[in-house]
Design a protein around this ligand. Structure first.
Ligand SMILES: Nc1ncnc2c1ncn2[C@@H]1O[C@H](COP(=O)(O)OP(=O)(O)OP(=O)(O)O)[C@@H](O)[C@H]1O
Ligand SMILES: [Mg+2]
Length: 269
């Protein structure tokens, strides 16, 4: 007897962005930042967004976090319709927003205070996170005593403190030196492998997007639209040496060509 078993579906949509546009009213008129964005992201997926400056990447992240609202369209995260700040999301902003009067550790613990979590447990996890980003000796340092990269690492710890099911990161490694950046990419991937956290990651770096992601979303210049979505079919765990893999180089070429065709890269000089 022929028994057909339905394939097991392990994929579950975590984020659904449907027909989303965003316009801003400014003194100089209306700015259309995003135009008709449709994107579904699966639970546990790592999706990077690549696009030129001003194409609406940060705007899209603000909409996902619920810190700003759509002009048209609809966003759901899990079963929630997002029209107000979503406490399940951990957010790392493009510019670190640390409170100057609180130490590194106290800045991270804000998350726990707001959520009224157990402070003993939260402090222990905050210290583990500081160690992960090599800042264990700086828990009592104030933001003004930290370098730009160190401040950003504290922001990353703060976003991760409550083990968010969704992590939204806006160019989190942009201000870091290349070596710290490589290490933090690995640390982030390890954290992801230990949880089923969904990550929405904004970057300007083609190599970073390929290295980290399951899919790379390419956005066109303003008004931001999704130009192309590329599946990154590289095995996990990812290793730094994979950056020399012919498939990695091919993805780099493909993405570079898209940006050339969009006029983002111009080679004549
Ligand atoms: N609060 C705001 N009010 C008015 N215009 C805004 C606002 N936020 C963003 N914009 C405009 O929307 C467009 C997209 O901005 P956004 O910050 O999302 O770009 P981005 O892709 O993150 O750029 P970058 O890579 O430089 O960070 C820009 O033209 C910007 O001027
Ligand atoms: Mg931005």
């Amino acid at each position: 007897m022929d028994v057909t078993v339905a394939p097991e579906t392990t994929q579950e949509t975590h984020i659904s962005i449907s027909g989303v546009s965003k316009t801003f009213q400014t003194r100089n008129g209306t700015v259309q930042a995003l135009q008709n964005i449709d994107l579904n992201i699966q639970k546990g997926e790592f999706v990077s967004v690549l696009g030129p400056s001003g194409c609406g990447k940060s705007t899209l992240m603000m909409l996902l976090s619920g810190l700003d609202t759509v002009s048209t369209g609809r966003i759901t995260v899990g079963k929630k319709h997002i029209d107000k700040p979503n406490p399940d999301a951990g957010v790392v902003f493009q510019q670190d927003v640390l409170l100057e009067w609180r130490s590194a550790l106290q800045n991270i613990l804000i998350q726990a205070e707001i959520r009224k979590s157990d402070m003993g447990e939260a402090t222990e996890r905050a210290r583990q996170l500081l160690k992960m980003v090599s800042l264990q000796d700086f828990e009592n340092a104030y933001p003004k005593e930290l370098s730009g990269g160190m401040r950003q690492r504290v922001s990353i710890c703060r976003a991760l403190l409550h083990k968010p099911p969704l992590l939204l990161m806006d160019e989190p490694f942009g201000a870091l030196d290349a070596m710290t950046r490589d290490q933090l990419q690995i640390d982030l991937l390890r954290l992801c492998s230990e949880s089923d956290m969904t990550v929405f990651f904004i970057t300007h770096s083609i190599a970073e997007a390929i290295f980290l992601s399951d899919r790379v979303v390419v956005m066109s210049p303003r008004p931001g639209r999704i130009e192309k979505i590329i599946d990154i079919d590289l095995p996990r765990p990812r290793r730094l040496a994979m950056r020399e893999d012919p498939r990695f180089i091919e993805y780099t070429r493909e993405l570079t060509d898209i940006f050339k065709s969009l006029g983002v890269f111009r080679e004549e000089y």
